[in-house]
Design a protein around this ligand. Structure first.
Ligand SMILES: Cc1ncc(COP(=O)(O)O)c(C=O)c1O
Length: 442
């Protein structure tokens, strides 16, 4: 089972994912829902089970042998995952996932009563129109608590962030600029450097939602230049219940803690407490230990594939997804200026990297969302499931972006390191039959 679009050995990779050998409704599983949650290779399952069966114990406490071993494995995991993401170990705060990490930032800022992060009424928080709710609602809530004003940068018809508008939205009152590295709906890679430049120009903090980029492309926190970045373990071949916040050391040092309690203190009296430096300052309570160890195995696995090769694979599949869907009558892609217009529709859905144009110079990963004219997204999802194809349907936790494109729901296909051209062929073939099955547009 080869794929023309990749230098990855996809057949070998598929053998690492036990779940892929399943059938669904008697058809081989075609899993195109990695944007919602990724499948886990055997090495990740083994790493968690091995820890739990051999070394399970509480970390950072206890004088016994297992406690020491567990602490070492947990901190090794921090070093592995932070290194994989281009950061130092002390720059990685473990969280339960990206939602937690983004709320951590918003609540920590809200806890700042003086200094660099304290907000005053009229200060501005800036997001984009393409946020996942996890990088929108925490800022709405922070604005409501502090009297700050929430503003947004619009996206253009082709799904790209409008940088001209960004330059006027980001201004002297801007204190935070939060944006996604990759849209979880459109698969577009956003212009991080340009947005960081605008934010830095006014002294604003930058917060990157990196959920959809860390599994799909080389991620170098240090080089990106953002102040903070949230990521999710379960989207990058790792376990549920773990993710993290990466932060520049001076920013983590200056931010007040969000949650307080055990494990994050230096001294405690009945009246007061002193806090450990970051990252422990933000890690109150029991941490996701086995999950962090599983995530380190996922990072090692991705690293062994080579993230440049992973990116080439994902962007080729993304271009092919776009090109193939454009060819199907009644399909409208979200964030694709060429859909319904004369441009860009000529690429072959069967071709490899070179033959699918995928929307000009816009950089994409393996995610595409679309509407099938006259058929509700949930019906499309059901129809695909009957044929063994798993996709996401609904608003994908991005209601404002769907409203921007005049929709309440769409169908999203998203790929992973194990996705083949054959998977996409099965998917295209099924989508081609949706409208006639539902008696639409005949
Ligand atoms: C872009 C984006 N941000 C945030 C999240 C939330 O991540 P988590 O499940 O780790 O809380 C998701 C998950 O769907 C996402 O795709």
């Amino acid at each position: 089972m080869s794929t023309a679009t990749t230098s990855l050995d996809v057949s070998a990779i598929r053998a690492d994912f036990p779940i892929l050998s399943q059938t669904v409704h008697g058809r081989p599983l075609v899993y195109l829902d990695s944007g919602a949650t990724s499948q886990k290779p055997q090495v990740v399952l083994d790493a968690e089970i091995d820890f739990l069966t051999r070394a399970n114990s509480a970390v950072h406490r206890g004088a016994h042998t297992l406690a020491g071993e567990a602490t070492e494995l947990f901190e090794d995991a921090r070093a592995t995952v932070s290194g994989f993401l281009g950061a130092q170990p002390e720059q990685l705060v473990w969280t339960s996932g990206a939602t937690f990490a983004l709320n951590l930032v918003a609540y920590s800022i809200g806890n700042a009563t003086s200094g660099r992060f304290a907000l005053a009424p009229g200060d501005e928080l800036v997001v984009t129109e393409s946020e996942h709710h996890a990088n929108l609602i925490p800022w709405q809530q922070l604005a409501a608590r502090t009297g700050a004003v929430l503003r947004h940068i619009p996206v253009r018809d082709d799904g790209t962030i409008d940088l001209d508008a960004a330059a006027s939205v980001i201004g002297e009152r801007t204190r935070v600029v939060a944006f996604p590295h990759v849209s979880n709906v459109l698969g577009i890679v956003n212009p991080v450097a340009e947005l960081v430049l605008l934010a830095r120009g006014v002294g604003a903090l930058t917060v990157l939602d990196a959920c959809q980029s860390t599994p799909q492309l080389p991620f170098d926190f240090d080089a990106l230049g953002v102040d903070l970045a949230a990521f999710s373990g379960h989207k990058m071949l790792g376990p549920y219940g773990v993710g993290g916040l990466l932060g520049r050391s001076d920013v983590l040092e200056a931010l007040p803690p969000f949650l307080t309690g055990g494990s994050m203190v230096t001294t405690v009296t009945l009246d007061d407490a002193g806090f450990l430096p970051a990252p422990q300052k933000f890690e109150a309570g029991t941490q996701p230990v086995s999950q962090a160890i599983g995530l380190a195995a996922a990072a090692r696995y991705l690293d062994s594939l080579g993230m440049d090769a992973v990116q080439a694979h994902e962007s080729a599949l993304g271009r092919r997804l776009m090109a193939g869907l454009r060819e199907i009558d009644g399909v409208r892609l979200l964030g694709d200026a060429s859909t319904g217009s004369a441009t860009g529709g000529a690429a072959s859905p069967t071709g490899g990297a070179g033959s699918a144009t995928g929307g000009g110079s816009v950089e994409r990963v393996g995610i595409a969302s679309f509407d099938v004219d006259g058929v509700h997204a949930h019906d499309v999802g059901q129809f695909l499931d009957d044929r063994g194809v798993a996709v996401r349907v609904g608003h994908h936790c991005a209601k404002p972006l769907h409203a921007r494109f005049g929709l309440t729901a769409s169908v999203r296909a998203s790929t992973s390191v194990f996705t083949t051209d054959d998977d996409l062929d099965v998917f295209f073939d099924a989508i081609s039959g949706v409208r006639s099955f539902f008696g639409v547009g005949a």
